[in-house]
Design a binder for this molecule. Structure first.
Ligand SMILES: [Zn+2]
Length: 341
């Protein structure tokens, strides 16, 4: 734990124990929801967070299990359709502003894929916004698995983990309206790509979204993509495209994670670029966007964990501590942004 550092946190003053903190420096500020929000610098070096602002790793874990219960979410499959319907209904529990963007895209195999990007908006009237992304489809073939290269991947980590964290953020956002606008976007068709071919054969949903954002005049100050954020002992390094397009956001997120004591997940090391959904959000939609992705070439020969694109990408490799590290870091990012960011 990084207890030697000052913790800067945001808390709701209605929570009783905030007032019990030892000598906090408070700067009350009124926001549009008539909720008084305090920026607390606790000189006792303690992290305090209201109960409703605590990320629940149990809840996120349950949302991974729920997605896996449909089976592999391969575009054009029944499981894919059913899981998409579930995700839309789940998000509608937390905000009335859920946009479903259907599209038909062409896979490198020549197959025509029916996909849906799903966008949930919080405080949609706010012009100062940030946006989070994850992909909800799973890979149609376990081509890194020598024993089962043609079987579909269950995608507990590669897909479901990022989605589950965003679903948990949706629950928190509904309970605690932030000062800023927040959008959660679930991309489809990310993982149908050609492993030996062009990177553009991946990320079909995000490419479509970035070229056809379903909100006129859409603006977000920055974006954060989650991909493979649930595995045990995950290592999130500073990825190359993120460092090129949004280095200050990388710095903000990694510093926040270290301040919260999650430095063993958020490694202060730069790695080569990875073409993932954020590449297309950066280059096509021009939203500076980073990727939090489990990838460390110094640990794994392929960079990604050994479960990547194999049948081992199942619930057994998921660790609630990893979900908590990522989720709690993002909660702090959201609630430390003020209306005039
Ligand atoms: Zn993948």
């Amino acid at each position: 734990m990084a207890n030697q550092q000052l913790k800067i946190i945001v808390g709701i003053t209605l929570v009783a124990y905030i007032s019990a903190c030892n000598t906090p420096t408070s700067k009350p500020k009124q926001n549009n929801q008539d909720t008084v929000v305090n920026l607390i610098v606790d000189t006792n070096h303690q992290v305090h967070l209201s109960q409703s602002l605590s990320f629940s790793a149990d809840s996120a874990f349950a949302m991974i299990e729920k997605q896996l219960s449909f089976g592999p979410r391969v575009p054009n499959s029944k499981a894919h359709l059913a899981c998409g319907d579930f995700l839309i209904e789940r998000l509608k529990q937390f905000t009335p502003d859920v946009i479903v963007q259907p599209a038909t895209v062409m896979a490198y195999t020549g197959e025509s894929l029916k996909i849906r990007n799903i966008m949930a908006r919080f405080n949609k009237e706010k012009t100062n916004r940030i946006v989070f992304f994850a992909h909800w489809d799973t890979r149609p073939f376990a081509d890194r698995d020598p024993a089962h290269p043609k079987k579909p991947v269950l995608g507990a980590d590669d897909g479901a983990s990022g989605v589950a964290i965003l679903l948990e953020l949706a629950r928190i956002l509904a309970l605690n309206p932030p000062e800023i606008g927040v959008d959660l976007v679930l991309f489809d068709g990310e993982d149908y790509g050609d492993a030996g071919g062009k990177p553009e054969t991946y990320c079909l949903g995000s490419q479509y979204w970035a070229k056809n954002i379903p909100v006129p005049g859409y603006y977000a100050k920055y974006g954060i993509l989650l991909d493979m954020v649930g595995a045990r002992n995950a290592r999130f390094c500073k990825e190359g495209w993120s460092m090129k397009f949004a280095p200050t956001i990388v710095d903000k997120v990694w510093t926040t994670a270290h301040t919260l004591g999650f430095g063993h997940y958020f490694i202060m090391k730069k790695i080569d670029p990875i073409t993932d959904d954020h590449y297309f959000v950066n280059t096509l939609a021009k939203i500076p966007t980073i990727d939090i992705i489990n990838h460390d070439p110094d640990i794994h020969p392929a960079g990604f964990g050994s479960h990547w694109h194999t049948l081992n990408d199942n619930i057994d490799i998921i660790d609630k501590n990893t979900l908590l590290a990522v989720g709690q870091t993002l909660v702090h990012i959201i609630y430390s942004e003020s209306a005039n960011m």
